[in-house]
Design a protein around this ligand. Structure first.
Ligand code: CA
Length: 219
């Protein structure tokens, strides 16, 4: 799950990023509304955590602009404004949930899990190509009916390739789906994960498109 955190409070932002990473989310963090919108357009995340009190734009305007993109993104608003009118305006504006600051990390994670469930229920929970079957709601995969033992990144990589079957995925695109910004990535990280995945799958399942990237053929 790709989460975009839009929050200008440095201390809170650091705390949230840390908690989310520990819980297995891929998280990117932006501190202005304008930058958040351009990032969402360029690379839509699954979930946006949106602070309503941003330095450059009103959070509700950011929310409106995100909704106007009509992307399958779940939005959780974070607000220090405890006035009921902001929550109502946020929910009326299309936010999926809200949290009032200060909040407990456990509550944030629990609400994220709900949004995550909604997303996986809404998208195909099962992707089947050849002998390989991916169960996205359970984060597991099978090969000819046998459970595959995959690391978290191997699973994410396989999912990224299978969801976009028939389309070449560049190394950069795959890196952005597997790693958060600023995370240390070895230059051959994707190659290593592909190599390990191939050992677990049948040899020709993931194709190398020389000089471009990788691809799984359409079923
Ligand atoms: Ca703020």
């Amino acid at each position: 799950m790709q989460v975009l955190l839009v929050e200008d409070d440095a201390l809170l932002g650091e705390g949230i990023v840390c908690a989310l990473k520990q819980a297995g989310f891929t998280v990117n963090w932006i501190d202005t509304g304008r930058y958040a919108l351009s990032s969402i357009k360029a690379e839509p995340p699954d979930i946006v955590l949106l602070d309503l009190g941003l330095p450059d734009m009103d959070g509700l305007s950011v929310l409106k602009a995100i909704k106007a993109l009509a992307l399958p993104i779940q939005i959780l608003i974070l607000t220090a404004r405890d006035g009921i009118e902001y929550k109502v305006a946020g929910l009326d504006g299309g936010a999926d949930d809200y949290l009032t600051k200060p909040f407990a990390r456990e509550e944030l994670l629990a609400r994220l899990r709900v949004l995550e469930r909604r997303l996986t229920d809404a998208s195909t929970a099962e992707i089947s190509i050849g002998d390989v079957c991916l169960y996205t709601d359970k984060h597991r995969a099978t090969l000819a009916g046998n459970e595959l033992s995959l690391s978290r990144r191997e699973y994410m990589l396989l999912k990224a390739l299978m969801e976009s079957a028939g389309i070449i995925q560049t190394k950069e695109r795959l890196e952005s789906q597997l790693y958060s910004w600023g995370e240390q990535i070895a230059s051959n990280a994707i190659e290593v994960h592909i190599h390990n995945l191939r050992k677990k799958l049948s040899g020709s399942f993931i194709k190398t498109v020389r000089g471009v990237g990788y691809q799984v053929d359409k079923p």
